[in-house]
Design a protein around this ligand. Sequence first.
Ligand SMILES: [Zn+2]
Length: 694
Amino acid sequence: MSRRLLVTSALPYANGPIHLGHMLEHVLTDAWVRFQRLRGHSVTYVCADDTHGTATMMSARKEGRREEELIAAMNAAHQADFKGFDVAFDHYGSTHSEANRKLCHEIWAALRAQGMVTVRDVTRLFDPEAGVFLADRFVKGTCPRCGTAGQYGDNCESCGSTYAATDLKDPVSTLSGARPEIKSSPQYFVQIERLHDFLTEWTQAGGHLQAEVANYVAGHFLGEPLRDWDVSRPAPYFGFEIPDAPGHFWYVWFDAPIGYMAATAEWCEKSGQSFDALWRSNDTEIVHFIGKDIIYFHTLFWPAMLKSAGFPLPARVQVHGFLGVNGEKMSKSRGTFVLASSYLEKLDPSYFRYYIASKLGNNLVDLDMNLDEFTTRVNADLVGKVVNLASRSARFVETTGLSERYPDDGGLFEQGAKAGDEIAKAYEECDYARAMRTIMSLADRANEYVDRKEPWKLAKASERAGELQDVCTVILNLYRQIALYLSPVLPRLARSSAALLGEPFAHWDETKRPSAGKQVAKFSHLMARIDPKQVAALVAAQAPLPDPAPANVQSGGAQPAAAGATPPASAAADDGAALLAEPLAPQCSIDDFGKVDLRVARIVTAEAVPEAKKLIKLTVSLGGDQVRTVFAGIKSAYTPEALVGRLVVVVANLAPRKMKLGTSEGMVIAAGPGEKDIFLLSPDSGAKPGQRVH
Ligand SMILES: [Zn+2]
């Protein structure tokens, strides 16, 4: 029986580029969609950029652009990356769309009508200079528990305690440096506790969630009353204004999942399909693919919203773990943060798609992309076992084509056809690793056949031409069966194999019938081995960057936040990584610049501060009797001995800053992202301490 499916991948955040962590999820989803289509089911696959929130607003301000310009550029870059990895959406939209606004209004009205919304005043920190309420990650101050300075507004990295941003001592806005004020403002909440029984039933029964996820939700959230969900943010905020609460905007997480619907609505508009048939019908199975960081939103908030507004519930929420590289979390400072666009400059997307599939089970385990294993596995499996079947046989039947009848192969093709059910079950369950293992065992058997029959020897004996044609007919049929099973993961290989064998891969059941009597096209190269040098270049190309604080941590950020808002420049000698990590500041006047008094100074003494991981205590001379104490965060890049005597540039009129270890009376200027990559600025020779930098 044919199914109708509506499938989504989580919406990438519009404030950063696509990296391989995003791509893991989108490849997983895309392969599932291709599999279902090959089985004859009707599938609509949509996604969109998640655009709203403070992070987008601040990036736009910093770049001096309108938010709409920023998100349009990012949307184009995201779509190009997905296309490059053969991820084929029916539609890729944006949460900043009229379709989304309309649906948000509809769902909000339903929540209001159901009495689900409540309002009460909350206090929060407000930056009087930037004119915005501050998310926790935009405030730094002293931990109220242990007194460590420089901690964010939600938790202390030193003692691990969590607190409200309003409890921080000496808070400073990281946006403007201003001292935030405490302001009260009304806050709108959805009382999802009223749907507690429904949510328990929906998450725990009916197979909507993997057992592991259902248990997690039960163990972490459903054992106690569900907290009211705050869904509003006071202006200024980049988002949709709440129609019956002027000056208040829906919080990004309210409109993000509605973006799944809006993207569908836009696709329906474009293609003449019925939105109601997909989103207001129990005949459609809605399947969301998400990472494990956003379980809460998709298994509690989202079902509560759908239920309140009278929409059908998702049939399935499929959750996966994160991607690491070489045993580490993807990290900018370790250079293991691989952008999708950087990968595509060096490597074929099929390699990544297969490697991910070969490791992905139906669970929440994190995946490690070990680059040596990546190279070995792709070369051994795809090139050594699969493509090799075609390259060792196709040339011999270029002129004759396949035998008129499929010859006796000792039951090999039949065995392969029978394995199809097990492979299909594994795909359906998203146990791709099991599917790939089963397919590779078929490839092993086919290669044994090739080794036994040695077609290259038959080719040398003209009297055995008929035998050669039969052997190659068997090999190419086994190859076709395998390539068809792999086609959800490897659509490029499917296309080139279909061209070689003269018929498209139209349906899964073609794995059950061997081909005979067909022409075979001239063999052309199907897939190259990975050169380990290309992989090494991939990592080397990732110039280490500082790991930015998650800009919009309250969004749950569908994926780890990435810095910058413009697509990376292509490989020029000087790449755009630094500008990407830290976009240019808004224009300032010469008068603004004049306020900063930069002076040449000589480092007189330097000592490491044992209590501080990063700090070196410097005394610098500005000439005469002007000596300053400056604490510089450069310990990771310089030894104290290397500093004494050298000339540097300091900000001489910076307000003194009290620190636990003493007062810092200025700042030494340096460039670079941090860690080993800190570069002090020095004047050319001849400059004297005390000279001003103009
Ligand atoms: Zn602390």
